[in-house]
Each structure stands twice: as structure tokens, then as C-alpha cells.
Design a protein around this ligand. Sequence first.
Ligand code: 6R9
Length: 714
Amino acid sequence: MKKQKVSAHLLCNRPLTHHSSSPSSPGFPSFPLHLSRAGVISQTAEQCELLLKCSVNVFQSLSDGMWLRCGCAASLRVLASPLRVLGLRRCNTAAFMPESAGFGGVSGRSGLQEFSVSSSESFWAAVARHRLSWIRPFTAVQDCDLSRGRIRWFEGGKLNVSVNCLDRHVHTCPDRVALMWERDEKGSEVRYTYRELLEMTCRVGNLLRRHGVKKGDCVTIYMPTCPLAVASMLACARIGAAHNVVFAGFSAEALAERIRDAQSSTVITVNQGIRGGKILELKKTVDTAVQSCPTVQQVFVAMRTDSPVAMTARDIAMEEEMLKEDVVCEPAAMNSEDTLFLLYTSGSTGKPKGLVHTQAGYLLYAALTHRYVFNYHDGDVFGCVADIGWITGHSYGVYGPLANGGTTVLFESTPIYPDPGRYWDMVERLQINQFYGAPTAIRLLLKFGDEWVNKYDRSSLKTLGSVGEPINTEAWEWYYRVVGEERCPVVDTWWQTETGGICIAPRPSDSDAEIVPGMAMRPFFGIKPALMDTEGKVISGNDASGALCLAQPWPGMARTIHNDHQRFMETYCQPYPGYFFTGDGAYRSVEGYYQITGRLDDVINVSGHRIGTAEIEDAVNQCPAVAESAVIGYSHDIKGQGNSVCRRADLSRQLNGIVSEKIAKYACPDFIQVFSTAKTRSGKIMRRVLRKFTLDDPAAVQEIIQGHRELLSK
Ligand code: 6R9
């Protein structure tokens, strides 16, 4: 083993000095123009700036007409009631969404929504032509049959996702900031322009190619949220490999399971991560993981900190090797339905599911939702604080904003490091316009008091977003009143790893459309929700609750579960034939708005992280002292849900150790309870009874114990 330290260029910490100062200079990546129809507008930064100025109140087409500004969008108003927020002021529909000019008299947001559902093919065809750069146009808009689990969009078309996210913006505005990396160390943010990000991506793409990574391979990325991780994702997309980003908080075993399932031969990691001031030994975790991954042949190791790490024959010093690579990398021409990435998420069995997302449909849906749900406009700074290891980080940290030529913040730290003012300090420093976070963080910050928020200037904020779990009214109100100063609409966005992008959210809305706290409310374009009753029939009326399904396919949805289409069918397509079953329950109000009521399966939501109870049970059961276990969620006022294992109380520390080793720290049970028996006659553990054993309801505990005693004494 040799020790290796890379000091020349810490790519993770600062951009490489780029070779060229203007797009026409020799170092500028010059992919053939036919690969992207972009690049016709401006060649210089000045021209670019002029264009931006022009586009403030008029429609201005940048980059193949894909990035358009709507003059009406700035006019948000808050109603007298502090909890009711107005939608967009009524504006010319074609101004709001240029492609709708071809939709034949459709007007208003609700008119657009209706059209997008009733004339789904026309809607998506127009949007796909307008917003993506195609190498070859698609020949069929869709070929879907939910009852057979067949989902295909834009077939016949060829494109490259990295070209859509980078090159076409480099052609128009090379010096626009693509990434603002908010490093764990407060106040040391680093900005990367589109040109720098393209160069970095090309270097990684060439490096991967040189090391044999081919179209169709799957590269596992185990890195903190940082520019090199984004460049690695985009580099995979550039050369036609799929990526599999694994959250850097997962344990070696959880990582190994995902590497094996994805059959990755290449892993990209960093020497160490740093989060909340604490060092995370990511390379060491990878070393342990790959011991049980026979497929892994090479591990690229970038340097996030200055500490050298032990390198083996399998390891490659990433930055050092990148410096040897060209900044031009030929993009692969990908079919619309080729895999873009796998992302593992929890289901109701112990084995995580590798959801498969493909190229065109996913990118289009991420871009469109990013543009319209958040009312994102050219020049805005979009601050999604999710880790890239989750779908939110993929769709709204990376793909959506970059496809739109936006500026996106990569947040590496935690909401309370070094203090609970971290988010708002960042909002002020980076001048963030849209802030997108999780209710668990909002609930936590609320407890620290308003002064941490008020210390900082938040006047740049225009929209606040929430994702990952239901947002309770108290947190919603605090977010709206304190953080947003009653100026900014709060969009509670419901979606899933499976849906690829936001499906239900209050925005975009018509002028007089209200926003109700804690409700996701309105389906996005192309989304048709349905509620099902216990007999599997569609509930037609309002003021009703049921199982939430989506009644027709949309481009962003997952196509399958990697290597397990049968499971995809059983989980999503078969419960309600002809519909996509989300696993969530929902209530439809009298007005027809949707409110998500929570999971209907054995999946719990801890701090916005999805985790299957079976996954935790599998880990816990590996403890020799445990015969069997049942994990249940209970309501937790910060984490949303906590989880508790019901069995031998004295094992607490041991079990926590096992769960963090097998899965991740966040999955550790809060309580461990002892049961002599809590089973049905057929031997099933009675979760419904166990759920009563929460701190919320101590009386119920007594009641059950008493009942149990009585039963035994009979
Ligand atoms: C994006 C994301 C998906 C599950 C989903 C639901 C819950 C997400 C929510 C919400 C209520 C919201 N969820 N957003 N519940 N209101 N606005 O979180 O993806 O990690 O796959 O989790 O999260 O239960 O089914 P993912």
C-alpha cells in the first residue's frame, strides 16, 4: 500500500484554471454543432449580459429558444389572510409557456393543466421539442401501457444529457455561474461557471473512457455534495454510462449492496468527507465495501481534504489523472430510453430498489418542474439543500437547474453548523432566490428561535419549497412568516424517487389561486391523480381519502427496477391495474386539492429519508441475541418519524451499532421495547398494536399490557 497525497489541484476545493478565456480560443470544447442546435445567440460575455438585461420583462430566447422569461412572473401577491398566497397574476398563456402557442386556444394555468392531461402527447411533444436539444428528433412521443409496466417516451430520438446541461449554455453564456458550492466550512464557497463545469466534466469523461468505462456501464459515485460529484454524474451522461449515486452517509455494507446490485466495475469517491465539521472516512468505507464487490476493478479517489489516504493497486488519484485529460470530450449520442441513472430507495422489503431513470423524459420533466413549480427565471440562484445522494439532489440540485441554464447551489453542510443561522447566512451571501429544503430541518430550526433567521437579509428570496414529508402547519407558517417574511409563496412539493420530479405542488397556479398551508394541492402538467378505495375502485367525489395513484404515465417516471421488473410490476403497476400506485395515501379536499396523508406501506420517513421497516429489521435480526423484531414508525416532532424496535430492551447500544453498520446512522432506532408476544394467530407480528407503543400515547401502552395480561390469565 502506498500513501498518496495530491496537492497540485484539489479539484473538490477549487476550480481548475480553465484553458481558455473565450469560447473561440483553442481550449474551448468544440463538439460538432450538429450535436446541439444551441449556440447561435451570443459569443461574448458582454453580448450575453445584454441579452440577459433585455430579457427581464420581455420574451427572450436564449439557447435554441429553450430559456424564456415571462414578464408577468414577478408579480406575486399575498392576500390579506397571511396563510393564503396568490398565484401568478393572469397572463398571456403563451407568454407563460411559449410552446402553448400551438395548443389551440388554451388559456390559464388550469387550462394548460387540463390540456396537458387530455392531450398529453401534443403537450409533451411540444415541450420536448422546445426545451431539449436533440441530436436526432424523436419519432414517437410515447409508447406506454401502465398495466404491462411498459413506459417509453420520445423513442427514435437521440440526445446527450450533458450537452443539454452544459454545452448549449457554454455557447450562450460561458461565464454564467453554474454551481455555487457551499462547502462545509462556512464562508468558503466556490463558484464554477458553465465553462469550468463543462471542462471538468470533459476531463472526467475522458478519464473514465481511458479507463475502459463504456456506454451501458454503471459507475457508482460515493461522494459528498460537491462540484466533482456533479461533474462525475454529467461525465457518465456524456460518455453514455449510467451513474449510481450512493448517499455518503450509507455504511460500507449498504454501499456494497448497491454496488453489487448495480454491477459497477468503477467507483468514484473522495479521501474524506467533511460534514458539520466532522470528518467522514469515505475512502475507508469504500475499501471495506469493495471487499465484498467482486465486480469492482477501479476506484477513483479525489481529495476533499488534505489528509493522505492509503491507496491500493485498484485506486486511481483522480485529480492527478484528470489533469492529463483533454477538456474536450465527444458526447455519446444516446437513445431517449437508454438508462441515465439508477438510484436506490427503500421499499417495504429489506432489499433496496434500484429505480431506473432514462435520458430524455427524466431530463425534460426535471427541467419543466424546476422552471414552473419554483417560478425559476434566468439569473436566479436556486438553493436546493438536499444531498446529491437523494432524488431531490439529482432533480433539483443538478439536472433541472442545469438543463435550464440556471445557477444551482450545492450544499455540503448541515442546517445547524456552525450554528442554526447557516441556511440564512448562505441565503444572504449567495443571494439565493429559491430555497428548497425539508420539513425536518424547518422543524429543527424553528425550535432555535427567530433570531437566527432575522440576523440575515433574506430579501433575495422569492419562493420557498418543501419536500420529503408532510409539512405540519406550525412549520409551514414559520417558514412562510419568519423565513419568507410573508412575501414568498411556500410550495409543498409531493413526489418520489419513482416519479423523477414534482407531481403535486401549489404552483404553477392561476392568478387567484390560493395556497393552503401543508397541502401539495395541485397536479403538475401531465399529472392525473386518482384516489382508490379499499376495493380498488376510483373514488370520484371530493372530500375523500384513498390510495394515491397516478392515472397516466408522464415522461419523468421511473421505467423499472434494475434487474427486477417483476418487483416494479408488483409494487407500482399491479395493485391498481392501469394505474401507477405511489404507496402514499391522500385526501382530496372539497375544493379538489390534494393533501398527502402518509405511506400506506411499511416505509417510514426519518428526517425526510425514506427507510423500509424491513430493512432495519433485517439488520437488527442479525444480532445473535435477537430472535425476531418489528420496527414501527412513531411521530417525532423534528424527524417526522422515528423508529423503534420492539424486543429486548438491554440491547439498545448493540442494536444501534448494528443498524449504523448495516445501513446508516439515521436509521438507528430511538427506542427498543420488550415484548413477550404480540402476534396474530398465524404468527404475524401485530404492527398495528406495536404502533400504539409510542411516547405519544402512554395510556395505550398500559391498556395493551393490561389487555395482554387478561388474555394470558384466561
Ligand atoms: C422527493 C422524495 C418519497 C416519499 C413519498 C412520501 C414522502 C415526499 C412529500 C411527502 C408529504 C410531501 N413525501 N414529499 N409526503 N408531503 N410534500 O422525497 O422522494 O425519498 O423517494 O420519498 O416521501 O411518502 O412517497 P423519496
